[in-house]
Design a protein around this ligand. Structure first.
Ligand code: HEC
Length: 194
């Protein structure tokens, strides 16, 4: 009986307490937050210094030598020697069945034809409109699949690198298509002179 009475008293006090707290709550001010970090996250900048790791920034640097997934390191440097080396020694990993001229043509049409022209004769739309100059015909250049891949990867003089637009397999597909264009240009040129 006594216990029951005590419980009622405690219950009553709690109820009054709650009512008081609710009554005092000022809606114009933020409520009491139990875990403020959850509502107000700290907005770290990606490259700001961070105390979480010693001598570090909040976006951790990848360990040295890291390469991103699916990326194959390319061994030939962007130098004259690298170019010559690739020209002589770099060969396509695609065999004759894997070469896909339809895909090569499509990618070439997207990334190369504006300058090099659909036939590879150097008469792309940018050349015709004189927006870009000095684009050679593939027939006039002593190119190999290795040198073509190298040029797609690193660019050459006024031509920029296309390594970001084309992945490794696509670069080789475009390379095969470029060699095919060169071949066709040379056949056309020799039949004209005969
Ligand atoms: C913005 C214009 C432009 C685009 C786009 C472009 N090229 Fe070029 N390309 C050039 C120019 C200019 C040169 C001549 C560079 C030089 O030797 O001075 C060149 C040269 C080349 C050569 C000859 C390099 C050599 O070894 O002599 C190849 C092969 C080539 N480009 C392939 C491509 C392929 C494949 C693409 C598409 C992935 C492409 N180019 C996209 C402008 C372009």
């Amino acid at each position: 009986m006594n216990l029951d009475w005590n419980m009622k008293r405690i219950g009553c006090c709690l109820l009054i307490g709650m009512l008081l707290m609710m009554g005092c709550h000022n809606k114009k001010k933020p409520n009491y937050q139990l875990f403020p970090d959850m509502y107000e996250p700290i907005g770290y900048e990606a490259y700001q210094e961070s105390p979480a790791f010693r001598d570090s920034i909040s976006a951790l640097k990848p360990p040295e030598g890291t390469i991103h997934r699916g990326w194959n390191p390319y061994a030939y440097p962007n130098t004259n020697e690298g170019y010559q080396d690739a020209k002589l020694n770099l060969i396509s990993p695609l065999d004759s069945i894997e070469v896909d001229f339809v895909k090569g043509q499509e990618l070439y049409g997207i990334y190369c034809a504006v300058c090099h022209g659909n036939r590879g004769d150097g008469q792309g739309i940018l050349m015709e409109r004189e927006k870009f100059l000095g684009i050679p015909s593939y027939a006039d250049r002593d190119i190999t699949p290795g040198s073509t891949y190298h040029v797609i990867f690193h660019g050459i003089n006024a031509m920029g690198s296309h390594a970001g637009q084309l992945d490794e397999e696509e670069r080789w597909q475009v390379t095969a298509y470029v060699m095919e264009l060169k071949n066709e240009l040379e056949i056309a040129a020799s039949s004209n002179t005969e």
